[in-house]
Design a protein around this ligand. Structure first.
Ligand code: ADA
Length: 562
């Protein structure tokens, strides 16, 4: 399952799921002629789920033999390879990608019919080369962690379709951009047709494709009689795009996306969806589960979704990286608002000055927005969680990335979660002020008093009229540890702290949303900084444990969120 709907009816697409040859390799082994495969591992999957590789951190190679029955250009799409990928086809290096959490593709033109070899070298080790995947308070697994698909493509094909809904008075429009890949094609003229489910086909004027590049065609199109997407009525529409040779009636390529008509805007200190104020009642959710690592199959995603709805929550923050598109599809279908953020957690100024940081962030931001822009459930773009937004050099980097995000998508508000309190230098750059506050856990203080102080300081600044989100708050509890004394790490104490925080934050009119830290316990990196002291090498602040077994706090959250 690549998406929760078919992305193609014309283009032939096949998911390369199942068992692939696998072997760990040493530093000196990345030669394309490597042939000693001792294992077979499931894809998608994390190699840590195999008993021999529970804590393996390093390089490995996956191999799949591909048989094609006629000459064709092939496009392989990798939805997530953790964390660095080198792709080899018949022994030739055809692609490289850094970052586990964003998709990428490689195209191999004019492949002859017959048997071919696809190899993916993966590397989940930490080094100077990796500025974003570092020892951290979550776990960087290894492997082909998300689906892999193979497509037969024409020399010109649709790389992606971007859809931004716009409402003017009562009339709906959408700005639609087609990105047509003609990297391996000659200059040619084609026709394109777009059709929203149950609506007339719209023929875009003939399109002249330049050779050897990605060609963009944009058009604002009016849509009548559409139903708005909202959390209460998550109405979705399939948007079909087809390409035709001039004069032909049968399309040679197609691309099906799924979209929703909704507006999201900041009005005073509130967030408005389709012209009405919403309050975000959310969780921070890592993609992590005791049974599968970060490669949750659809069944476990659905279980999470049902539990999220059961608590009365209406939003998820994708801490701290772009999520699996199937989970975002589920959020679209269930009317769950999403704060999706780029890949960064707690990077110090020194980390941000890693020579690879800027480009690795820039690529992640672009790939996140280009691939996820059509999800109506995504209402906020976030970036750089608890990084160095309290230094002038850090501010320069925040500013650059915020500008990049605005250029990629001007339709959604932008924010970042800060732990720097009154020393933060970047709140003026974003649309929403987001604060991570651990009153009752890291801070032994009066929750309301601490927030009031921060709120008073905000009132003295230019950004005083922006909405505020409490983007993280919570406490740890070891699943099953009950104590009538309600001591720290007991489930009782976690409940008490969340009860106090939710009571304080949810009654404040300027607070537009709350995101509990966190939905479920997650694995952390042992060889890291202070989190090496975490019990069981887990971040235990979930209201569920890593197997999704509920702690006492679940009842308290329901009381406030339902
Ligand atoms: C920070 C961070 C989270 C997590 C949390 C904690 O706020 O953003 O990823 O590490 O602290 O549990 O301490």
């Amino acid at each position: 399952m690549i998406r929760l709907f078919d992305s193609h009816k014309i283009r032939i697409q096949k998911e390369l799921e199942g068992l692939w040859d696998f072997s760990p390799i040493s530093e000196t082994d990345p030669n394309p002629t490597f042939q000693k495969y001792e294992y077979k591992l499931p894809v998608p999957g994390c190699f840590e789920m195999h008993p021999k590789f529970l804590t393996y951190r390093g390089k490995a190679v996956y191999r799949k033999i591909i048989n094609i029955d006629d000459n064709s250009s092939l496009r392989f799409e990798f939805k997530g390879v953790s964390h660095t990928a080198d792709i080899y086809f018949d022994g030739e290096n055809v692609g490289h990608h850094y970052n586990a959490y964003t998709p990428f593709s490689v195209v191999i033109p004019d492949v002859k019919a017959g048997e071919h070899e696809l190899k993916v070298y993966v590397d989940n080790s930490f080094s100077e080369k990796s500025a974003l995947h570092i020892a951290n308070d979550y776990y960087t697994y290894g492997g082909l962690i998300r689906p892999v698909s193979m497509e037969k493509v024409d020399h010109s094909f649709i790389e992606r379709v971007e859809f931004t809904p716009i409402k003017s008075d009562t009339q709906w429009y959408a700005d639609i951009t087609l990105a047509i890949n003609n990297m391996y094609g000659k200059k040619r003229i084609i026709e394109a047709e777009i059709q929203l489910e149950n609506q007339e086909k719209i023929n875009l004027r003939t399109i002249e494709l330049e050779a050897g590049k990605l060609n963009f065609i944009s058009q604002r199109i009016q849509f009548n009689e559409v139903i708005e997407w909202s959390n209460l009525n998550p109405q979705l529409y399939l948007l079909k795009t087809e390409l035709f040779q001039l004069g032909e009636t049968k399309p040679f390529d197609d691309f099906i996306e799924r979209v929703g008509f909704r507006t999201i805007e900041i009005v005073g200190q509130a967030i408005y969806l389709n012209g009405s104020e919403i309050k975000l009642k959310g969780f921070n959710r890592h993609e992590d589960h005791a049974l599968v690592g970060c490669s949750l199959p659809l069944q476990l995603m659905i279980n999470d979704m049902e539990m999220i709805k059961e608590t009365g929550a209406n939003s998820i923050r994708t801490c701290h990286y772009p999520n699996d598109e199937r989970f975002l599809d589920l959020c679209d279908e269930n009317g769950i608002f999403v704060w999706e953020e780029n890949h960064a957690r707690g990077l110090s100024l020194e980390n941000m000055q890693n020579p690879n940081f800027d480009l690795q962030c820039e690529n992640c931001n672009r790939e996140m927005v280009e691939n996820h822009i059509n999800h109506p459930s995504i209402i906020i773009w976030g970036l750089l969680n608890e990084c160095s937004s309290n230094t002038p050099e850090g501010r320069k980097k925040y500013k650059k990335q915020i500008n990049q995000l605005r250029l990629l998508d001007s339709s959604r508000p932008i924010t970042f979660a800060s732990c720097h309190n009154i020393t933060d230098l970047c709140f003026d750059l974003v649309d929403i002020i987001s604060l991570n506050i651990y009153s009752g856990w890291y801070l032994d203080d009066d929750t309301e008093g601490y927030y009031d102080q921060l709120f008073k300081w905000i009132q003295l600044n230019t950004f005083k009229d922006k909405p505020i989100i409490i983007s993280e708050f919570g406490a740890a509890a070891l699943y099953g540890f009950r104590d009538p004394a309600r001591v720290k790490w007991s489930e009782e104490r976690q409940s008490d702290i969340l009860d106090t925080c939710l009571s304080v934050y949810m009654k404040r009119p300027e607070i537009a949303g709350t995101y509990i830290w966190q939905f479920a316990d997650c694995k952390v990196t042992e060889d890291g900084f202070w989190f090496q002291s975490r019990a069981g090498s887990r971040n235990n602040k979930g209201i569920l444990d890593m197997y999704r077994r509920p702690k006492l706090a679940l009842k308290i959250v329901k009381k406030h969120y339902k």
